[in-house]
Design a protein around this ligand. Sequence first.
Ligand code: NAD
Ligand code: UFG
Length: 333
Amino acid sequence: MKVLLTGGTGYIGSHTAVCLMQSGHEPVLFDNLSNSKKDVVQAIARITGKEPAFVEGDIRSKTLLEDVLRRHEIDAVIHFAGLKAVGESCEKPLLYYDNNIAGTVCLLEAMKACAVGKLIFSSSSTVYGTPSALPLTEDMPTGTPTNPYGRTKLMIEEILQDLCRADPGFSAVCLRYFNPIGAHESGLIGEDPNGIPNNLLPYVARVASGKLEYVRVFGNDYPTPDGTGVRDYIHVVDLARGHVAALDYAQTHAGWEAVNLGTGRGTSVLEMIAAFEKACGKKLPYRILPRRAGDIAANWCSPEKAHRLLGWKAQYGVEEMCASSWKFEQLHS
Ligand code: NAD
Ligand code: UFG
């Protein structure tokens, strides 16, 4: 299939591009480079032996999108493009609603104009809000995300539900990612956030490489086995494989589906630090700080539906996640 990847040079988009190419699909990367670099296209070429098509552009430009959809005869879209910093979304909510929501509506209009009826959407476990029970399953009601970023994910899921009701031939698969970490085994692509990382793993990696002094552990008084926050970390390469499986599913199924992508296992902050120590072979200093506002104690998913519907299962554990993240950090220090 010819697949448009909005946000295709980003962290998850680039890994998915590799996986699609290795599965015989033809991705077209579309990105405004607001949070990624064009060099990623060359890195993908080094991994796969072929340079993917790349178009620099913004999803809020309908004419450009229509032109790309027609020119490349696109069969389906995987929609990664979006802003994702929780703190920034509280400071600049309109930016998030414009970029994420208005951008998605613009993309959907362009798809309609070009008769492209298959979309895979990057959703998030944040749509569940504070879990009432674990593991999280897709039939549980969505909750109240604690920030504008999370609300954009929930709103887009609802927009896609409305669209599928109005157009029964349309296929929308919302992949609810848990906590993607790690990097491609080559070390050529990975997550390289600007400034001080918000997320645990990139922060830990920078402590390991000496760029930051110590890991800040946000709270050790949660009702979890060691008191620190528990999350369902998933290797980004497993996540990428999940998109290829969702694309195969969308080829033969119409309608709206939400599917969790996680391992089904929870790991605490202290356990992640220990796993990274093993990967990098050094002790990592940490300090316990107060809880971070808006954080939940624990979440992990049931990956059952992904297995049943898409035939997908995560293959990697936290060891491989930390080892690949460390390799990427060393090559990019
Ligand atoms: P990323 O920032 O690395 O990738 C997103 C890409 O979208 C970037 O390359 C950015 O330049 C591009 N982009 C943003 N706005 C755009 C616009 N208006 N037009 C064109 N391109 C635009 O982030 P990621 O981690 O790869 O996340 C991909 C998607 O997955 C996002 O929608 C994100 O919200 C979602 N998600 C990520 C996580 C996570 O922890 N990484 C968790 C759940 C959901
Ligand atoms: N944490 C620390 N120190 C840090 C960073 C995080 O102790 O420096 C802790 C957090 O308190 C939490 C855990 O590590 O317990 C994971 O935090 P992350 O920031 O890595 O990830 P979150 O679960 O908070 O958020 C992620 C994505 C969001 C998404 C959410 C739900 O970053 O975009 O998962 O899918 F909305």
